[in-house]
Design a protein around this ligand. Structure first.
Ligand code: AMP
Ligand code: MG
Length: 270
């Protein structure tokens, strides 16, 4: 079942992807009540395998979250990723590079944010911003952002070769749903602090971002670091789809509890 889900949502290497043609409101054959029950089960199972990943301390999992403003990256972290033991989960939010980050190449801060052995890393935005934003806003010449496809493919290949599994999720919302969510955020005193004027200026650049995402997903989806396009108009679909894929990957990693050095048989604690 999960295999079918993964096949349905994965971006195939080098095939044309027109993101705006992919459905944002697909329910993937699920219903809301059933999906909520299923999600808590899946989160429990994720926590179980993650415990073994931490104990084994050999492999890492990196989960990259990309998507437009209000596509639900924060919500996903809150509802799904925090179900695991937070001692072994490292959530990193990537903002506009500042201070020392600007004194280095763009992958510098990313490499430092990579999960250690035994950890799950969750990136809320990522090195992909360094391709999207400069492209859409015309901050650097095309040859500069374009060669970054190659850099990130090689960077991710290196991480994979050295023991990190990588899953990348593009949370796909419609133009209308983004409008509703941004408006709600502004109108609600509990969330209005989150409003950022750049959310509105980026919204005006919707078609340019669509084009940039389409090419980026195609250029950087690889078997060792695949992109999944997640229908994200419904939060419950988004959460369950990502949780199922993460659980499947963790299980495939098959982490083993370390064996005690000597037999514990006969040891009595006094
Ligand atoms: P948020 O919407 O709270 O995630 O805000 C983060 C903002 O930082 C977004 O507008 C991103 O586009 C922006 N951002 C993150 N990383 C980069 C980057 N490497 N270059 C330019 N802008 C970035
Ligand atoms: Mg924002």
């Amino acid at each position: 079942m999960v295999e079918r889900l993964r096949r349905q949502l994965v971006v195939r290497q080098n095939r044309p992807v027109d993101v705006d043609q992919w459905p944002t409101d697909d329910t993937l054959g699920w219903n809301k009540d059933g999906a909520k029950g299923e999600l808590s089960k899946v989160i429990g199972q994720m926590a179980f395998v993650q415990h073994r990943l931490m104990a084994e301390a050999q492999q890492s999992l990196l989960v990259v979250l990309q998507g437009r403003d209000a596509s639900g990256k924060d919500g996903l972290v809150r509802h799904v990723m925090t179900g695991m033991n937070s001692a072994g989960v490292r959530v990193v939010n990537f903002k506009v590079p500042a201070g020392v980050e600007k004194q280095h190449d763009y992958l510098w801060r990313c490499h430092q944010a990579c999960p250690a052995r035994g950890e799950v890393g969750v990136w809320n935005r990522s090195h992909y911003e360094d391709i999207l934003v400069p492209r859409v806003k015309g901050l650097v010449p095309e040859e500069v952002w374009r060669r970054r496809y190659r850099h990130v493919r090689d960077f991710e290949q290196m991480l994979a070769d050295e023991g990190t599994r990588i899953l990348k999720f593009y949370l796909h919302v419609s133009h209308d749903v983004q409008r509703l969510r941004l408006q709600k955020r502004i109108d609600n005193p509990e969330s209005s602090w989150k409003h950022d004027p750049s959310d509105l200026s980026d919204r005006e650049l919707w078609p340019a971002y669509a084009e940039a995402y389409a090419e980026l997903l195609r250029e950087t989806s690889r078997p060792h670091a695949p992109w999944y396009v997640i229908p994200a108009d419904n939060k419950w679909v988004r959460d369950l789809a990502v949780a199922k894929i993460v659980l499947d990957e963790l299980r495939d990693m098959n982490p083993q509890l370390p064996k005690p050095e000597k037999s514990l048989k006969g040891i009595k604690v006094q």
